[in-house]
Write a protein that binds this ligand. Structure first.
Ligand code: FES
Length: 211
């Protein structure tokens, strides 16, 4: 079995994660799970004068998730809510010096946790109602959360999705794989899990094109 190699910074944050724990009565909190592996992360945060004054996390995931949870809390602490919302898993990855392709989804989980906790703060404290318009671009954004473990890119950037249509609450898509691709089933399951969670999607029809 291939050995997964991590950067020194990933190992350091895994061994000594920053900002681990819970905040009592936080302004925002969320627990999110990864469709890719079933692991979870909880994020708690407080906001003062529009800035994230405190943030903590609990990881029920792997070493990469603990390391990215640690770095994401470091990157967002002291930032304005808008700056924290703009952080991406690529920022976390860059800060850690990268992750092996099969582990990129772990960093997405950490960023999703941060965004969900901010979302909770905005709804609970600011009273903002988040209206979600479901359209093709929304579906594409969601599919960018599905990582192709072979390259560590999302399936849109990896150009696996050849055609996509969203109409009458149905998603129809065509996706292509090399016929020997061992990640095919894993990617298809993840697509179904991601799209299945969207309220405006009642049916997902995926045509697999092998070459
Ligand atoms: Fe599940 Fe990393 S978070 S494998």
């Amino acid at each position: 079995m291939a050995v997964i190699k991590y950067t020194e910074k990933v190992i350091e944050h895994f061994k000594n994660p920053r900002n681990v724990g819970e905040i009592e009565n936080p302004d925002g909190k969320a627990t999110v799970g990864s469709p890719a592996c079933g692991d979870q992360v909880s994020v708690f945060l407080n906001v003062e004068d529009g800035k994230i004054s405190d943030i903590k996390f609990l990881s029920y995931g792997c070493a990469s998730n603990i390391a990215t949870g640690s770095i994401v809390t470091e990157l967002s602490k002291g930032k304005t809510v808008e700056q924290a919302k703009a952080l991406t898993w690529k920022d976390a990855l860059e800060e850690l010096g990268g992750l092996p392709p099969v582990k990129v989804h772990c960093s997405i989980l950490a960023i999703d946790g941060l965004r969900a906790a901010i979302h909770d703060y905005e709804e609970k404290v600011l009273g903002i109602k988040h209206e979600r318009i479901i359209d093709e671009s929304y579906i594409i954004e969601e599919l960018k959360h599905v990582i192709y473990p072979k390259t560590g890119e999302n399936i849109i950037d990896a150009k696996l999705v050849k055609y996509l249509k969203y109409e009458d609450k149905e998603v129809y898509m065509e996706i292509s794989f090399d016929e020997t691709d061992v990640y095919k089933q894993n990617v298809l399951e993840e697509i179904n899990e991601h799209l299945g969670e969207i309220k405006g999607v009642e049916k997902v029809d995926i045509k697999v094109v092998e070459y």
